[in-house]
Design a protein around this ligand. Structure first.
Ligand code: BYC
Length: 313
């Protein structure tokens, strides 16, 4: 129950950068925001396995295959830490999974685009994981303890993912003419969806102001997007490739790169279920859940048996 005293204690902790822990009192809206964000983040990791898993059997060498398998497994792990963090707020795993499968919960727009060539594995690592890190490093300082702690390990793994992606592109960029074309084509297709990953502009973002006040978010969507553009605009030079934006140029006065307009119509379409792969992605998740029903039933039967016979594991 809310009292003035508990809400003052909560706010004092936020102001002093003291973490909020599961058993602490928190406003309902804070709890709801965290459940929304953490569960959508978890869903993104799980759905995010699909576009890359699509290339595991076609990776061009044993080393590339082993690395890609490890990366996709890392994403499964991230999803599981995040579901566990969300569960500490009082929502069950089943409820979250239902929300994903029914289309009620969102997941990152980026995973509704197809992976057409091997170079897409590089572009996803460099751009998508690069954008993810930009957004997620500040989440290691989020005010909610279990979320912030989960993010520390996730970020370490994401930074490896980003580097392996850049290395794939670097190899292609030093390869044959066909490989160079494949590299540029992947950058062309993944650039704008990656820029959109940061979410709507600040003036169109309903949650940012409150989440900043609660120190869940430490930077706004536009601040993080700008940092991402600034870094990529330099890194692309190492690849000898270009970013598909003819308005991208250094602004001496702002000390940032200016960039062209974002197609928000495309973003809205994708988050409303009408992107190129939305239906395919959800169908794959629902199918995997149904196919795994026997594992859940067996685990439950095993747990019940252990209780019945009083055995410990
Ligand atoms: N896609 O007021 P806003 C990964 C929604 S996983 C879809 O700015 P907020 C990776 C937003 O949810 C990447 N929806 O909201 C995994 C809200 O809708 P609802 C995922 C988006 O929460 C595997 C509405 O738009 N990362 O990196 O303050 C392999 C208004 O937005 C998107 C995370 O989830 C989007 N891109 O800020 C490789 C990080 N953007 O909920 C890589 C944690 C916005 O009201 N999440 N929306 O229906 C966050 O940091 C924040 O939730 C966001 C959005 C910055 C994404």
């Amino acid at each position: 129950m809310m009292t003035d005293a508990s809400s003052t204690i909560f706010q004092d902790k936020i102001d002093q950068d003291i973490r909020i822990e599961p058993k602490d009192w928190m406003p309902d809206a804070y709890r709801k925001t965290l459940i929304r964000q953490i569960s959508q983040h978890a869903h993104s990791e799980i759905v995010g396995m699909l576009p890359e898993a699509n290339w595991i059997t076609r990776a061009p060498s044993l080393r590339r295959k082993a690395t890609l398998i490890a990366k996709v497994q890392d994403e499964a792990g991230h999803g599981l830490y995040l579901y566990s963090a969300a569960e500490t707020l009082g929502i069950s795993r089943e409820e979250m999974i239902d929300q994903l499968h029914s289309g009620k919960a969102k997941y990152s727009s980026i995973f509704n685009y197809p992976t057409l060539t091997w170079a897409d594995m590089g572009a996803i690592g460099w751009l998508v994981d690069g954008a993810a890190i930009m957004n997620q490093v500040p989440l290691c300082r989020a005010s909610y303890g279990p979320y912030a702690r989960a993010m520390v390990r996730i970020c370490k793994e994401e930074s490896f993912h980003q580097r392996q992606g850049f290395e794939i592109l670097l190899t292609l960029s030093r390869g044959s003419e066909a490989q160079r074309r494949m590299c540029q084509d992947a950058i062309d297709r993944w650039w704008w969806p990656s820029v959109m990953m940061f979410g709507p502009n600040d003036d169109a973002s309903p949650h940012t102001a409150q989440s900043m006040q609660w120190k869940i978010k430490r930077f706004t969507n536009d601040e993080l997007r700008q940092r991402f553009v600034d870094i990529c605009a330099e890194q692309v030079k190492l690849l000898g490739m270009t970013i598909p934006d003819d308005q991208l140029r250094w602004n001496e006065e702002r000390q940032h790169y200016d960039f062209g307009p974002i197609d928000w119509e495309e973003f809205r379409n994708v988050i409303n279920g009408n992107g190129p792969c939305n239906k395919e992605r959800l169908a794959a998740r629902v199918q995997a859940h149904e196919d795994g029903a026997w594992v859940r039933e067996a685990a439950l039967a095993h747990a019940e048996k252990k209780i019945q016979y009083g055995k410990t594991a």
